[in-house]
Unconditional design. Structure first.
Ligand SMILES: [Zn+2]
Length: 419
């Protein structure tokens, strides 16, 4: 008797607006505690390369993708290798990754995850572990990994006989009716303007001193999303409440509160991804993968926990001024403009807003908003009364970090059109 089951693990960009377990502190929405967690399904299934944690030493992980995706995002293969191996690094493991390319159709807005995965598997070589590409999601997800597997029921965990796994990024410029989620992906090469090998990305991530964020409209970084999704492929769960306050964390291997909600850890890659500016794993992510590697289920022939716990972890070197700033929404209602932003700083910050007036061909400067201490606000809502029906074409917001009288670093300037 064989059965097939499908599991989905999505990363939802809009989660920051819908977190239900979060607490409101004096700085606005601030999530104060939370810890790593492992997926429930790990204990329900037998060892299989469906999960990266089960890969044996020397075993190569095989990925298939379309030639078009490789061209579209220069350096994506190196990012994928690094996204798998940054988790491995803290376990003293190294996973060789091999890519094959198939003539795959470019996804369109009419496609769906399942048919795409099946088409990929039909055109890719036999024996692959994952197909990578883009897909239009019918919810607010920006990245997703899912697996379909066949198994023989038995006493104890399900014996996996066959599996397929896909990891998809949201197809740019597609959005569902209810959720206004459109994305433009930027690879690390495209963001930082130079090429990187997987070894260089790993080195950069291990140093834990680099941040990068994209101020452009709907722009997201492929790397952090890949690291989050491959975290799932390793066996880690989401550290945010899923739809209906659900969690995909195993209560025995996660920190849940009394009502079985996962507690949220704001800084973890498994709590956020695309909008995280940090190009490294948080302490909590590292603890989560190490707890995973220490479980009997996953020891295989790799270094033991006593050995990998000796591997040094570089202390985090925080960005010295604005660690993150983004405008997520601009709305005009009569004479009022509503701005919704996300901001995180380590120092006091001054927010300057100005509007470009089309008829007068000049800028209207607004009063500054000043925070006298570090802030972490998501969202930060600003409502500005223009006083009269100006013909506003665009809004420019500058975030200026300061300490005492001194301005720190370059201001972060973000512009949005307002038609
Ligand atoms: Zn996720």
């Amino acid at each position: 008797m064989k059965k097939t089951i499908v599991l989905f693990f999505a990363f939802q960009l809009l989660v920051m607006w819908t977190i239900s377990c979060a607490r409101h502190g004096q700085d606005g929405l601030r999530i104060v505690e939370g810890y790593w967690g492992h997926l429930t399904d790990l204990e329900q299934t037998t060892a299989s390369p469906m999960y990266l944690a089960h890969l044996e030493k020397g075993q190569t992980y095989k990925i298939c993708m379309g030639q078009n995706i490789s061209k579209k995002y220069p350096g994506i293969e190196e990012e994928i290798k690094a996204s798998i191996n940054i988790w491995a690094a803290y376990l003293g493991r190294e996973i060789p990754v091999e890519f094959s390319y198939a003539d795959l159709p470019q996804a369109t807005a009419d496609d769906n995850n399942h048919d795409l995965m099946d088409t990929y598997y039909a055109r890719c070589p036999k024996g692959i572990h994952l197909v990578f590409g883009e897909s239009p999601f019918d919810d607010a997800s920006v990245g997703m990994t899912f697996t379909s597997y066949s198994y023989i029921p038995q006493n104890g965990p399900r014996k996996i006989t066959q599996f397929k796994r896909a990891l998809f990024l949201r197809l740019p410029a597609t959005s569902s009716e209810e959720d206004d989620v459109r994305v433009t992906w930027k690879s690390l090469n495209q963001t930082l303007g130079k090429t990187f090998t997987a070894a260089e990305i790993l080195e950069l991530m291990k140093k834990r001193d680099q941040t990068a964020y994209l101020p452009g409209d709907h722009e997201l970084l492929t790397l952090t999303t890949l690291v989050h999704e491959f975290g799932h492929v390793w066996g880690l769960c989401d550290q945010y409440a899923l739809d209906g306050d659900e969690t995909n964390c195993d209560g025995k291997y996660a920190t849940l509160d009394g009502s079985k909600h996962i507690l949220l850890h704001d800084e973890a890659i498994m709590a956020r991804a695309s909008w995280a500016p940090e190009l490294y794993l948080s302490n909590d992510d590292i603890e989560g993968i190490r707890k995973l590697g220490a479980r009997d289920l996953f020891v295989h022939n790799w270094p033991t926990k006593d050995a990998f716990n000796q591997i040094a972890i570089s202390p985090i070197v925080p960005a010295n001024n604005i660690s993150f700033a983004q405008i997520s929404q601009v709305k005009r209602e009569m004479n009022r403009v509503k701005l919704r932003m996300v901001i995180s700083t380590l120092t006091p910050v001054r927010i300057k807003v100005r509007f470009y007036e089309k008829n007068y061909e000049s800028w209207l400067e607004m009063n500054d908003t000043v925070y006298q201490s570090a802030v972490s606000l998501k969202p930060l809502n600003l409502e500005i009364d223009l006083g009269r029906p100006y013909n506003i074409q665009k809004v420019e917001v500058s975030f200026v970090a300061f300490q005492g009288q001194e301005v720190l670093g370059e201001p972060v300037v973000i512009t949005r059109s307002l038609e």
